[in-house]
Write a protein that binds this ligand. Sequence first.
Ligand SMILES: [Mg+2]
Length: 241
Amino acid sequence: MRIWIFDFDGTLSPIVADRNAAVLHPACAAMLKELSRSSNNRVAVLSSRKFEDILPRVPLDNVIIGGNSGMEWQLPGKIRVSPGTGKEKTLQTRRQELMPLIETLGNKPGIEIEDKQWSVAIHLKKSEQAGQENAINAITTWAERENIPLHRGPNVLEIQLLAGFNKSVGVSFLADLLKVDTQKDSLIYAGDDENDAVAMKWVLLNGGTAIMVGSRLDVPEADYVPDQQTLVDMVRMLQKQ
Ligand SMILES: [Mg+2]
């Protein structure tokens, strides 16, 4: 069995100024369809977007969808699963503690806070750069001091509210769910930001393949491609191996 996991923004979809306008690249949509037709493949899209946000962006029946960095999953047949089940109380306590601080820190021009329940995205609007640097510095310093995991992406800072949760935890949850045997099965992960980089490291440790799309983030042993079309070409090549 081969398990293909793709991040959405910047990986299957070109980065756009308005995140609400992001769509699946047509060549990537065709690739997902093609991969999911083979019974030897499991195909998943793992996004840090809210589950309700990512779901309609990938309208493909046989593709597994993970929202909130893998806190919520939908398997083919519309079966919903979450590694967060039973952790709602911890999350609520954490939210009460952190949300007022995040809102204060993010209440600056050019900054938009997106509450995604399990995580918070701090979006940096390209058009209003004045004041952003101070806000970014304040948020990064605060996160470092409080030991809060922060992932940087293009024009976004991502805070995981549940301590220790990131896409590598999401991927390992999916691997357990699919009963992946890393001795026999192979994992292929494609992504573009820091949250993907931790998942890639997990995949590489488990004998898999990692593809970094349009980014120079350093992940030793990852393959690098410049854009969506070259990602598709590389996936087709791997599929033939
Ligand atoms: Mg991305």
